[in-house]
Ligand binder design. Structure first.
Ligand code: UD1
Length: 431
């Protein structure tokens, strides 16, 4: 298993190209199941999770082809990869355990398969490192559109022999995945569907715009109240994936920790305002540029700031660990509250091994900033926790080895190359 070795203490200077959003690409790829025509997605990041979704779709019978390479993203040219997906011939509506257990987002094929083919059998994703993460809201919503659903032998078995019917779904809590599944399913349901208390993450807005390009009728895009007027069929489209706001925020947090100044290319400030507000409060400069965002910190030490994770436009849970790494070396204390997942502080004991002073009380972590961390061998059990340890390593004196790099490869494309190009001492050790 590959590892990452780094030495902290150098400021970051230069530019980093941000890729397309993994969490937008996954539902968009699943949306290809809604039509027999070709859906072409550009700015697709080159990541392990994308390969997993491609594999899942291929075993359903989707023809998946890719062109373009990851190479040009670094030079600031906008195109990542382009994927062409054609679900003209579907061989199976079963999403097997072997693939779904690797990636929870596999459950996003449920709504599209059920809506277009009247049946789907999708393995339950099971637990994961950051909590139990049930799929009850996905099931509740699809039942409200007339699906018959049973959970048997670890599978969600869903049927709608006469097709789905529009209905009103009021989500008792905000769920990104459930909103995406219902939004996709409703585009082919008969009549009108209303989704209330829908998630409004930029990835959902991106999905909605792609569905509109495919012929769907959706009102309220970007709001928590979506109205979908079902169509008998959708058609092919071309769509460019929104920039990855979590990759953007992660590199912004890296600059907050290391100091220096970096321009993040092909991304937008409006995608990460809740994060950039906190980084400014902590003493960083963040500004929009013609090509993206510039972030810098010169001279003064970071200041501790409090934050609470919330659904968009609140502070993203997927940025909690990275900004905690920054707070661990800030002046003063920082109270960080995680309101989305119940078990998302696994990075805390690892940061403590590097000298961080963090106390967890239930859903809150009190971080008392220390002047410096010290390098150590560390590992984490999920994607964002892993990257937060890379950031902690950038703040640490001496050598840090981050083990289990495959978590990073699920969500960051060439992380070490991008940081090294800005002066970080970081390299991948191949095993
Ligand atoms: C998505 C993101 C993930 C991010 C999360 C929250 C993708 C591929 N993943 O995950 O990176 O951390 O949003 O922004 O886009 N819940 C239920 N029942 C359900 C569904 C969810 O109780 O049926 C709960 C979850 O356990 C969690 C909360 O709702 O506590 C939010 O989860 P959700 O928004 O659904 O996250 P995902 O879509 O899985």
């Amino acid at each position: 298993m590959d590892r990452i070795r780094l030495r902290g203490g150098r400021p970051l200077e230069g530019s980093i190209a941000i890729g397309g959003a993994k969490n937008a690409a996954l539902p968009l790829m699943a949306a290809s199941l809604l039509t027999g025509d070709t859906l072409t997605l550009s700015n697709v990041p080159h990541l392990a999770d994308i390969a997993t979704m491609a594999q899942l779709l291929q075993q359903h019978g989707v023809d998946v082809s890719m062109d373009g390479g990851p190479g040009n993203a670094d030079r600031g040219t906008p195109e990542g990869r382009t994927i062409h997906l054609s679900a003209a011939k579907i061989e199976s509506t079963l999403a097997p355990y072997d693939i779904v257990r690797k990636m929870r987002a596999s459950v996003l094929v449920l709504g599209p398969l059920l809506a277009r083919f009247g049946e789907a059998e999708v393995s339950l994703p099971g637990g994961c490192a950051i909590g139990t993460r049930p799929v009850d809201l996905h099931i509740m919503g699809l039942k409200a559109l007339g699906a018959e659903i049973n959970v048997e032998n670890g599978y969600i078995k869903a049927r709608a022999p006469k097709g789905l019917k529009g209905g009103v779904v009021r989500f008792p809590m905000v769920s990104v995945g459930a909103t995406e599944n219902l939004l996709m399913a409703a585009t082919l349901a008969e009549g009108t569907t209303v989704l209330e208390n829908a998630a409004r993450e930029p990835e959902i807005t991106d999905l909605a715009y792609c569905l509109v390009a495919m012929g769907a009728m959706i009102d309220g895009i970007g709001s928590e109240h979506l109205t979908i007027h079902g169509k008998p069929s959708l058609h092919g489209a071309q769509h460019r994936i929104v920039p990855d706001r979590i990759e953007t925020g992660t590199f912004a947090a890296a600059v907050a920790i290391c100091g220096g100044r970096v321009e993040l290319l092909n991304t937008r400030l409006d995608l990460i305002e809740s994060v950039s507000d906190k980084l400014r409060e902590a003493g960083c400069d963040v500004e929009e540029t013609a090509r993206g965002i510039a972030i810098g910190r010169n001279g003064s030490r970071l200041k501790g700031v409090d934050f609470l994770t919330q659904p968009f436009p609140g502070f993203p849970t997927d940025m909690q660990a990275q900004v905690m790494a920054a707070m661990s070396v800030a002046e003063g204390a920082s109270m960080i509250t995680e309101s989305i997942f119940e078990n998302r502080f696994m990075h805390v004991p690892e940061m403590a091994r590097m000298g961080a002073n963090i106390v967890v009380h239930g859903a809150s972590a009190l971080v008392r900033g220390v002047p410096k961390l010290t390098g150590a061998p560390v590992m984490a059990t999920d994607l964002r926790a892993s990257v937060s340890l890379v950031l902690a390593g950038l703040a640490a004196e001496g050598e840090t080895i981050v083990n289990r790099v495959y978590h990073l490869d699920r969500g960051y494309e060439r992380l070490e190359e991008k940081l090294a190009a800005c002066g970080a001492q970081i390299e991948r050790l191949k095993d």
